[in-house]
Design a protein around this ligand. Sequence first.
Ligand SMILES: [Zn+2]
Ligand SMILES: [Zn+2]
Length: 308
Amino acid sequence: MPVLNGLGDCEQHINDAVESFAGKRPVLEPMLRAFGNILREKSRLAAQLAAGKPYDLAVDPSRLSRGVPLLAGVSLEPLQEQLNVSFNAMLNVLRKTFSDLDEELSRLEICYRERKLDFVNLSRAYLETDPRVLSETARSLMVSEGVLGMVVGVLLAPVLEVVALSYAEQVHQARWLKGFCPVCGSMPSISYLGESGEQASEFLTGGGGQKYLHCSMCGCEWRTKRNMCPACENEDKDRRVYFQTEDDPAERIDVCTECGAYLPCMDFRESVLRPPLEIAAVGMVHLDAWACEKGYHPLANTLWNQVR
Ligand SMILES: [Zn+2]
Ligand SMILES: [Zn+2]
């Protein structure tokens, strides 16, 4: 089982998944097409960056054994050029996708040309979920904090996808058991069940396959305990429940009644082909809506669970 969802899901794979979910839930078709556009560009860009200049980050993989994500506290300064390239590419697709945000996105483009946007600093603040830097920057640039945060998250993702790919083997070897990402420290946006592979006592297999988490930011994937809440590490089965609809039992949402966090989960044990997880997550957004109505909150804020 790969640790990473392959660098850059290929265009046909994304298109097929969009068509498949849109066919199943026509009401979600505009949303699926919009996020399909973003994912295609993100994948293209990640492949371009991976083929370009090697990243020169001061990463120490031995920290994984102490439960420290690879990029925690590491300077993102060497990624300046890649972040700028990503901003230009991703801004274009965001403008086409979210036309009602055009004014604010244009404003950000002007600020970028005037060298008022420090993506290294903003990316670090984003990863450390430090709202102060984002809110102060948004105020000084006269854009909303929500739009600035969205743009920083979107431009950072393909850049970090390349980091995740280059350390995939070290992450796999480290047997990471935390609920947050071993590469960038972000929370997962979706999980999935896969076939049981290598056996290990800490991973409950019990004929139910193994569970993997997918990082909401860099796309890194790592194996987790089947019944553990990634947010609060609660493993009490009486305080872990899941819900699914009758139309597709392979899609469900896991809820922790201890901390109130939820996470969509796809069961791929019977699947030959697996859709790109971000498209799958958009295709399951009706389950997000259900969980939010019940008062639960997502583990990670994503474009699709915020735009509802
Ligand atoms: Zn990550
Ligand atoms: Zn929890």
